[in-house]
Design a protein around this ligand. Sequence first.
Ligand SMILES: C[S@@+](CC[C@H](N)C(=O)[O-])C[C@H]1O[C@@H](n2cnc3c(N)ncnc32)[C@H](O)[C@@H]1O
Length: 262
Amino acid sequence: MLSALTSFRRFARLSLAEAEGRLRVLAGRPPRFCGAWPNRAAALAAVPKGKLPGYDHEDIAEISFQAMCRVMPWDYPVLFWLQRDWRTGLKVLDAGGHMGTKYIAFDRVLPVGQAEWTVLDLPGIVAAARARQARGALPAALRFVTTPAEAGAADVFLASGLLQYLDVPLSDLLSQLPAPPRRIILNKVATRDGPTVVTLEQIGAARVPYQIRNRETFEAELQTLGYTLMDSWEIPELSHTIGTHPRLGPSTSRGYVLERGD
Ligand SMILES: C[S@@+](CC[C@H](N)C(=O)[O-])C[C@H]1O[C@@H](n2cnc3c(N)ncnc32)[C@H](O)[C@@H]1O
């Protein structure tokens, strides 16, 4: 007798990996990355009923918080460039900084307390961060804002793990800042060689659009910003395959450092 998986594969003409991914969805155990759409709007429209759409929910703020507060191997290029700019009073805008995870992680290796460190994040995450801070469970020096305009002028714009989730082009976000930062550090940018794909990442009860950008288009966008590319790297450990669409191939995670001339 054919197994359910074999029958399903034959019926749907799927590869083994695809069939497994899709059966997990049907069984209510979706893989971390599920589905593939050409843009965020289409991915959001596909969020199953009963699941929270997107990242902007106080309820999911604690998920992976402790894990994100560790220094990871792919943080070291970021630390290298931060250290080159380091001075007392350095203004860092940590966009997509969650509840200050990188400030907490980097405290082990950089005197972060000497900087003016502002986290820009979504209202749900910032509400959770402020509640934590009010009960003394986050450093009092961390400042949280929900709009680029509130952030004030920054020397360094850090976006670590933001770009996958960002709902506007990077250039739009930068143009909303009160002044252009001298340094831009981007880390964990998900890219691929084919067309941009948006999948849904499972984060607790939330299904969060996760954008894997076409590399060439993204790097062309970087060239329009008026900055010089100083450094870039790949992070093999953060390459992901969409469980339901393995034929799209693995993503490549990248970091970039840009500097604005005077
Ligand atoms: C995976 S976390 C990254 C945390 C940390 N920076 C790190 O590198 O580990 C992504 C963060 O981006 C935030 N985010 C998503 N869209 C955003 C937006 N439009 N503006 C600001 N933050 C956003 C999410 O709320 C979340 O806190």
